[in-house]
Design a protein around this ligand. Sequence first.
Ligand code: NAD
Ligand code: TDX
Length: 334
Amino acid sequence: MRLLVTGGAGFIGANFVHQTVAERPDTQVTVLDKLTYAGNRASLDPVADKITFVQGDVADAELVDRLVADTDLVVHFAAESHNDNSLANPAPFVQTNLVGTFTLLEAVRKYDVRYHHISTDEVYGDLPLNDPIKFTETTAYNPSSPYSSTKAGSDLLVRAWVRSFGVRATISNCSNNYGPYQHVEKFIPRQITNVLTGVRPKLYGTGTNVRDWIHVDDHNSAVWTIIEHGRLGETYLIGADGETDNRTVVETVLELCGKDRDEFDFVTDRPGHDLRYAIDATRLRTELGWAPRYRDFREGLAATIDWYRAHEQWWTPQKRATEAAYRRVERVLG
Ligand code: NAD
Ligand code: TDX
């Protein structure tokens, strides 16, 4: 089978390519990635001789047409993915997340190629704290940020291309991922690499916001389950019941690194900061029989810390610029 993975040099896409090469040796993998600040060719080093890499833009219609003509399946991870960046400059989010998805949809429509669309739980907005309610496949879209609104728009394009043109597509909306190869701008790797470089972790606002953490390998095993067993035209939510508030995450990282649990700073909150995300993955579990492998967040976090400790050369080049950008907008409180 010929597989085109967009955004395969990013965090989740690279892990997806690693898993695919290891577990599905008959799959011919081509990665299309623009190598933005978030893409890192080195993340594909372990599989470099087993895949084809194309540097390019998912919004480049001519290139996308050529690649899709020669593939059986497209899995679309490529996106501008960071909420804080979308507040500073939304333009690339509209271009990549909306125009890029549109470009891929036109190509899979033309060649009748199976398409899987990677999306986020953030399209549903946020939930109250301390409430049993969770997102399901029927929750109304209500995105808060430029990032989540462009992801929501891209999901709606997919739904329309399914209904109007019969495109053979599935959509998955996953909760917050953690694991190896995640850019140091994101919450968990930022705090781990802060501690490893002697800097105090930075907690937005009061640290009470809740995210529903899932290990990236579990996200990717769910994606394969949906590709192989999901019903065309359907949406599946992916989550592993990992709700944890941000303060607890920071305290756990500090503890696992042998520091005092209170050695962190509260900093200015993110504007429009979503309070809580929580996924009800019943459909995926009962209809498709999927289950996560990582059930202990603390253990997964410890393994992730070990990975960052062992791969300093992977993240050091990005760390300085990332922290300089944060320093421009962030103020330590109290
Ligand atoms: P990432 O920022 O780590 O990687 C994105 C990749 O896409 C990078 O390699 C980048 O170079 C590439 N890219 C960006 N613009 C491109 C373009 N125009 N053309 C081609 N390539 C381009 O992101 P991630 O965290 O791996 O997220 C991957 C996908 O998963 C995104 O669609 C995101 O919305 C979704 N998602 C992420 C999470 C999460 O917790 N990180 C959770 C749910 C869903
Ligand atoms: O330094 C920080 N301090 C902090 O308290 C950073 C970077 C973040 N935070 C908070 C904000 C969020 O409540 O931590 C939480 C997680 O932040 P991010 O890692 O930026 O993730 P989030 O905004 O929740 O979005 C992530 O999950 C859904 C991904 O970046 C998205 O791509 C995905 O769609």
